[in-house]
Design a protein around this ligand. Structure first.
Ligand code: SF4
Ligand code: SF4
Length: 159
């Protein structure tokens, strides 16, 4: 997954008010406490499948004022909101709620459409349904369940 985060940093585009904005919102208060230990990224299930997704890196970008890069990145929509990073953070940074703040800011700043939140909620439900059917299939392999999974995925891809 490529995005603006992969391009060279332009110092003239940094916006230090960004971190203050995040810190002023409920859940974002501790963002400046991050000391870049990386514990959050080490336990993140998304980092497990996409090494470019890194909580520590996103927090560094917020603190450096990389507003555009962060808010326009597709990566802020990958988080599963599992709170593992929050539970493990020695500084109680609460990256999960920071992600929620970033998503609303991305919509407010017109980096994505207003429907993005409901699409992600729908996608999360779909993933849970498919996971449920896969588990069912592992315990009771049968053609009917396999066909149900295939149809669900095809239906989602056609939207
Ligand atoms: S675990 Fe906490 S302090 Fe360490 S990098 Fe992540 S957010 Fe920062
Ligand atoms: S809440 Fe998001 S960023 Fe934190 S560990 Fe879970 S998936 Fe990763």
């Amino acid at each position: 997954m490529d995005d603006k985060n992969d391009k060279p940093l332009l110092v003239s585009k940094l916006d230090l008010s960004f971190r203050e904005e995040i810190a002023s919102q409920p859940g974002g208060e501790n963002v400046k406490r991050c000391f870049a230990c990386g514990t959050c990224a080490a336990g993140c299930p998304i980092t497990d499948i996409d090494e470019k997704y890194n909580c520590r890196r996103i927090i560094r970008q917020i603190l450096f004022g990389m507003r555009e890069e962060v808010l326009s990145s597709p990566r802020i929509w990958l988080c599963l909101v599992c709170y593992r990073c929050y539970a493990r953070c020695p500084q109680k940074v609460n990256f999960t709620d920071i992600m929620r703040i970033l998503r609303y800011a991305a919509i407010k700043g017109h980096h994505v459409s207003a429907e993005m939140l409901s699409r992600v909620t729908e996608l999360d439900r779909f993933s849970q349904e498919v996971r449920h059917d896969f588990i069912d299939h592992i315990f009771k392999p049968d053609k009917e369940i396999a066909e149900k999974i295939k149809l669900k995925i095809e239906e989602k891809l056609s939207v």
